[in-house]
Ligand binder design. Structure first.
Ligand SMILES: [Zn+2]
Length: 257
């Protein structure tokens, strides 16, 4: 975590379109697990945008999720910014080999041209998370705009996989702004994390694995990336991580709901 803060700060104001291989998803002020905050849900009911009906789900808690669904020596793996035509299939292969289920926080613009990968993620039994349409920093975005973005992204995902459940939402860079309450009102739980080891820095598989070992805690939620640059190190580190932690008696869980 200590190596992440500088990169995060630089990353915060960059537009998604200008991002190259690095500095994705990071939080502005990382200081351990974000505190769960109860935000008031907006009074307005989910609305339709551009004729797209909002999903028929009830409000859920706007508290940020930072734990696995079950207690004990468990961790949840989450992968942001995809799907990627190159690395998502590799990651799916690794997860299938180990019989581990994960969460994929997909970006609408990626989903547009990677529909087959979204279908593959769902076909393998993984869970989807809405990561906005264009990986926008939501710090100063209005609730109305956030709602439109979430609904549009859900619709894009469901154009690939009709009716698929999208139980989570994750704000890019961890800059939540108004989004936890908006997402919750639309039935999506805001999914945070306890460990983001900076795979975008391409530190090498050994270093990445050591950062994971150093930061993993029981019931932790880990954020890695399957797109946004060369993610071979991520794929290889995940393969070794699962082997190592399974041998130590740990198991892999989904995040809490
Ligand atoms: Zn991201």
């Amino acid at each position: 975590m200590r190596k992440i803060r500088t990169a995060e700060t630089r990353a915060v104001r960059r537009r998604w379109a200008t991002l190259t291989t690095a500095l994705v998803c990071a939080a502005t002020t990382w200081a351990g697990a974000p505190a769960a905050r109860a935000l008031p849900a907006p009074a307005a009911a989910p609305v339709s945008v551009a004729g797209i009906a909002a999903p028929a789900v009830g409000p859920v808690s706007p508290a940020l999720i930072t734990t696995t669904a079950h207690p004990g020596n468990r961790i949840a793996l989450t992968f942001d910014d995809g799907p990627s035509p190159q690395f998502t299939p590799q990651l799916l292969q690794v997860l299938k080999k180990h019989q581990v289920k994960a969460v994929f926080c997909v970006v609408g613009e990626q989903v547009e041209w990677q529909q087959a990968q979204v279908r593959a993620i769902v076909a393998d039994g993984h869970t989807l998370c809405n990561h906005t349409y264009g990986h926008r920093d939501l710090t100063s975005v209005s609730s109305t705009e956030i709602e439109a973005d979430i609904v549009r992204t859900n619709a894009q995902i469901r154009s690939a996989v009709p009716g698929v459940e999208i139980p989570y939402f994750r704000a890019p860079y961890g800059n939540w702004g108004q989004s936890p309450a908006v997402a919750a009102n639309l039935g999506l739980r805001p999914l945070s994390w306890t460990l983001m080891p900076g795979d975008w820095e391409l530190p090498g598989v050994d270093v990445l694995l050591q950062r994971l070992r150093d930061g993993i805690t029981p019931t932790g939620v880990i954020t890695l990336h399957d797109a946004g640059g060369d993610r071979q190190q991520t794929v290889d580190a995940v393969d070794r991580l699962i082997t190592e932690y399974t041998a130590k008696g740990w198991s892999f869980d989904l995040p809490a709901r």
